[in-house]
Each structure stands twice: as structure tokens, then as C-alpha cells.
Design a protein around this ligand. Structure first.
Ligand SMILES: *[C@@H]1O[C@H](CO)[C@@H](O)[C@H](O)[C@H]1NC(C)=O
Ligand SMILES: *[C@@H]1O[C@H](CO)[C@@H](O)[C@H](O)[C@H]1NC(C)=O
Ligand SMILES: *[C@@H]1O[C@H](CO)[C@@H](O)[C@H](O)[C@H]1NC(C)=O
Ligand SMILES: *[C@@H]1O[C@H](CO)[C@@H](O)[C@H](O)[C@H]1NC(C)=O
Ligand SMILES: *[C@@H]1O[C@H](CO)[C@@H](O)[C@H](O)[C@H]1NC(C)=O
Length: 425
């Protein structure tokens, strides 16, 4: 397999390279605690695998028919297989992403159940934008440190990430915990899901999820591109067996350790999990991007991060994006994308399909205006904003109404969530 191992390290050869790379990484400050933007936090860890697109969807999905806001009577796909959707992560970008997830993921199929696993913070109140007909179990929780054992520190590397190993472990816990909620629900209701989809709450979905009729349940499907030497871990879907392998991000670490795997980043660990579990996988293009507030070098340097405009035609397969007022022109954008490293930050699609964003500066003052144009075109609605001067009472009443929509609300009371929102901490 050629996995990088501590005891195989020829230190003298690697040292200059490591120093160069570490310096570059620290400069970008890639990782933020509890913000599962888990890429590029280390360079070592696995063999270089060239990208082979095994699966290409025949066409980009059609936009869905207009649907009423809550009572969905028509669905894009006529396929009644049982689907569980696990949404994980913090809700910081949810005023932009929330309704796109509702429309293009949660309301695309008639038989979809929604699960949410999210850390409690000042943005948790925005989760009310998930309102809909199929909310099953929500766990909004106060994160506590996850023990860093010898096994985790050896298998997973914390190189180049300020929040280090703990940040990764928190992300792994979000993913595995959500999968556990789905399993619990299956047991309680004596049902089995045909597909389990896992993705992040900070995803902006410009078009509907792919047609499951075109997918083969023998495979696990991950988003194409953004491989960072492993597999893009911002989206995954598969049957019960494959999903277990993909989502057991903490509990498979001992087995991976036993197999001699060392120093993996999040993406290479994701790949290794499927491999040690002997689950075959395919990469597919998925029409969402991950909203980020981070500033990025432009153009991205080697071993950098690609930032796209949320207005990209796409699919963007989970590449970072933002409302972009400084888009690169078509020629330059295509040259940047096509020049990306295939096993690193390449977005999984040709350069003519996406638009690179110059994100050296923070989000523009008029970001909402920029986002609104794209949103209207993609979603056919206006972005719903939260009344900044809304009082405790209004927040609590909205939150309570939302809570009532869930079958299981394993989360703090409305007052706690609203207090965090109003104190802005
Ligand atoms: C949705 O349907 C229910 C029951 O059919 C009805 O009571 C409710 O008013 C409807 N909501 C909307 C927004 O149409
Ligand atoms: C989904 O795929 C099936 C089989 O290829 C096809 O019959 C159906 O029309 C597709 N649905 C949509 C909305 O594209
Ligand atoms: C959905 O597809 C099935 C099988 O192709 C078909 O029998 C059924 O009539 C379809 N239903 C709708 C509402 O299109
Ligand atoms: C596109 O952008 C690049 C880089 O900013 C610039 O050098 C080039 O002249 C531009 N091309 C056009 C056609 O505007
Ligand atoms: C925002 O909330 C405040 C206080 O509840 C209220 O007076 C105001 O009318 C609200 N603004 C909008 C636009 O709803």
C-alpha cells in the first residue's frame, strides 16, 4: 500500500521538505476548532493515487419543480426507497445554506428522514430554516474534549492545524454520532434505510442531489475532487454496510492502527476506512459547495486550497466557495482549475464549469446582495434573514415551533439556544 509510516521515515531526506511544507501550512492557518473544514492539514499519510473518475452522471440534474414552503406534494424523483440524511456541523452559514439543503436534498425524494448533529453555538438558532415535514432526530450539544489516545495520535496526524488533532476528532465525532442516531432510529422503528447520506450543514446546494436510480448500492459514493491525497470527506452516501465503514470515523481507528496506518489526514483516513472495510467506492459530482469565511491565497499555490464563486455552474462537489464579487475571468479561472493538482485541490470537474474566486480579502460588505442574485436564480426564493433586533421572546417562540417538528429533540431548550444567539458568543 505504501502508506507512510513513522518507522520508515528517512528523516534526512524528508526534513527540508517537511519544514517548507509546515511553514506554508501554518501560514494559511487552515484549521479552526470545531469548524469541520477539514482539509489540507497535513501532507504525509498515504500513497499518491491518481484520480480515476469511475462514474460520470449522464447529465446535470434538472431543476426541481417549484414547491410550497412546507407541504411538499411533488418530488423531483419518483423513488420511494428509504433515505436517511445526516446533517453535521455548525450552522454559521445557515441563512444561505439552510433552504438550499431543504429544497435540493431533503425534499428531492418522498421517503427521506432527517437527522441533525450539531455543536451548540451562537448560530444554532438559524437551524429553524430546516423546518419541514420529515425531521426525525436532532442532537445539538455542548462539545467536550475527546480523549487523545496513543492510537489516535499515531494514526491521525495533527500537523499544520492549530486546533490539531482535537479539531479532527470533534469532526469525526459529529459524523459518527449522527450515524449512531440513524441506527438508533432504525432499531426503535424496526426499519432499515436503503441509503444513508451524510453531508454538512454549511453546504450550499445549487441543484438537486443525484438520482439514486443511477447509483449502484454495491458502492459507497463520495464527492469527486478535493481529494487531498485521500477521498473528499465532505459528502458520502451508500447502503447500511458501506455507510457503517464510512461513518465509523473514530471506532475504526484501532483497526487502522493494527494495520500499520500512521500519520493520516482526514481525507486519507476516510479512504483507509473504506479500504480496511473492503468497501468499494466511486467518486461522483455533487452539486454543492462548502461556504467558508476564510481568506485564501489567489491564485492558490501548490498544496493550497481552491476557492470558487458560489455562482459557479458546477457541480462543485463540496469545494470551498463564497458569495464572490471578485470572480476570475473565464480564461484565467479555467487555467487555475485545470492547473490544480489532481490528487489535492482539483474540484473534480473541468475548469470551464466552475468560476474561481479571488478571496484574498474578507467577504465584501455587500455579500448579501451578491449572494441574493445567485440564490434567486438557483432556489427561486429570497435569502431569509434573521431580525437582528429580534428579542428573546420572538426567538424562543420560533425555536419552540421548530422543536415541535422533530420526533426526537435531544437538544437544549429553546431558551438556551436563544440566549447564545442573543449574547453573540
Ligand atoms: C400543511 O398541511 C397541513 C395538513 O394538511 C395543514 O394543516 C397546514 O396548514 C399546511 N401548511 C402549509 C404551509 O400549507
Ligand atoms: C432517474 O433515473 C431514472 C432511471 O434512469 C429515470 O427513469 C428517471 O427519469 C430519473 N429521474 C429524474 C428526475 O431525472
Ligand atoms: C413511479 O415509478 C413507478 C415505476 O417506474 C411507476 O409505476 C409509477 O407510476 C410512478 N409514479 C409516479 C407518480 O410517477
Ligand atoms: C483575465 O485575467 C487575467 C489575470 O487577472 C488577465 O491577465 C487577463 O488579461 C484577463 N483576460 C481578459 C480577457 O480579461
Ligand atoms: C425586528 O424585531 C423588532 C423587535 O422585536 C421589531 O420591533 C421589528 O419590527 C422587527 N423587524 C422586522 C423587519 O421584522
Amino acid at each position: 500500500m505504501g502508506w507512510w509510516k513513522v518507522n520508515e521515515l528517512r528523516l534526512r531526506l524528508w526534513l527540508p521538505w517537511m519544514i517548507m511544507v509546515a511553514a506554508g501550512l501554518l501560514t494559511y492557518g487552515y484549521y479552526q476548532f470545531l469548524d469541520p473544514q477539514n482539509c489540507a492539514n497535513i501532507f504525509f499519510g498515504c500513497s499518491i493515487i491518481s484520480f480515476t473518475p469511475n462514474f460520470t452522471p449522464n447529465a446535470s440534474p434538472l431543476p426541481p419543480p417549484p414547491t410550497p414552503s412546507l407541504n411538499v406534494t411533488t418530488f423531483l424523483y419518483n423513488d420511494t426507497r428509504r433515505i436517511a440524511v445526516c446533517l453535521v456541523g455548525g450552522a454559521r452559514m445557515f441563512e444561505i445554506t439552510g433552504r438550499t439543503i431543504r429544497k435540493n436534498l431533503l425534499d428531492a425524494y418522498p421517503n427521506t428522514d432527517v437527522f441533525l448533529h450539531s455543536p451548540l453555538d451562537k448560530d444554532s438558532h438559524k437551524l429553524t430554516l430546516l423546518a419541514g415535514r420529515n425531521l426525525r432526530a436532532a442532537r445539538i450539544f455542548t462539545p467536550t474534549p475527546i480523549p487523545e489516545t496513543r492510537i489516535t495520535t499515531e494514526v491521525i496526524t495533527s500537523w499544520g492545524s492549530p486546533a490539531g488533532l482535537q479539531g479532527l476528532l470533534q469532526y469525526f465525532n459529529l459524523v459518527e454520532g449522527c450515524y449512531g442516531m440513524v441506527k438508533q432510529y432504525e432499531v426503535r422503528h424496526h426499519i432499515k434505510y436503503d441509503w444513508i447520506i451524510r453531508t454538512r450543514v454549511d453546504g450550499y446546494w445549487s441543484h438537486p442531489i443525484p438520482n439514486i436510480t443511477d447509483l449502484d448500492p454495491k458502492f459507497y459514493y463520495v464527492a469527486a475532487g478535493s481529494d487531498f491525497r485521500g477521498l473528499n470527506d465532505r459528502f458520502g452516501m451508500g447502503n447500511a454496510h458501506a455507510s457503517r465503514a464510512a461513518n465509523s470515523r473514530l471506532s475504526l481507528l484501532p483497526l487502522m492502527h493494527q494495520r500499520g496506518l500512521r500519520g493520516l489526514n482526514s481525507e486519507s483516513a476516510y479512504k483507509a476506512q473504506l479500504e480496511v472495510s473492503q468497501v468499494p467506492y466511486h467518486r461522483i459530482q455533487v452539486p454543492f459547495c462548502v461556504m467558508t469565511l476564510r481568506k485564501m491565497a489567489h491564485p492558490p499555490p501548490p498544496y493550497g486550497l481552491l476557492l470558487l464563486s458560489m455562482a459557479s455552474k458546477g457541480p462543485m462537489s463540496g469545494t470551498y466557495c463564497r458569495p464572490c464579487e471578485k470572480e476570475a475571468n473565464a480564461t484565467y479561472s479555467a487555467a487555475i482549475v485545470d492547473g490544480c493538482m489532481r490528487n489535492w485541490d482539483w474540484p473534480g470537474i473541468g475548469g470551464s464549469e466552475v468560476t474561481v474566486c479571488d478571496g484574498r480579502e474578507p467577504w465584501a460588505e455587500n455579500w448579501r446582495e451578491v449572494a441574493e442574485k445567485v440564490y434567486k436564480k438557483d432556489i427561486g426564493e429570497e435569502i431569509r434573514s434573521f431580525n437582528e433586533t429580534r428579542g428573546m421572546e420572538a426567538c424562543v417562540s420560533e425555536m419552540r415551533e421548530f422543536e415541535m417538528m422533530w420526533e426526537v429533540w435531544d437538544s437544549p431548550p429553546a431558551e438556551t439556544i436563544c440566549k447564545r444567539a442573543l449574547s453573540k458568543k
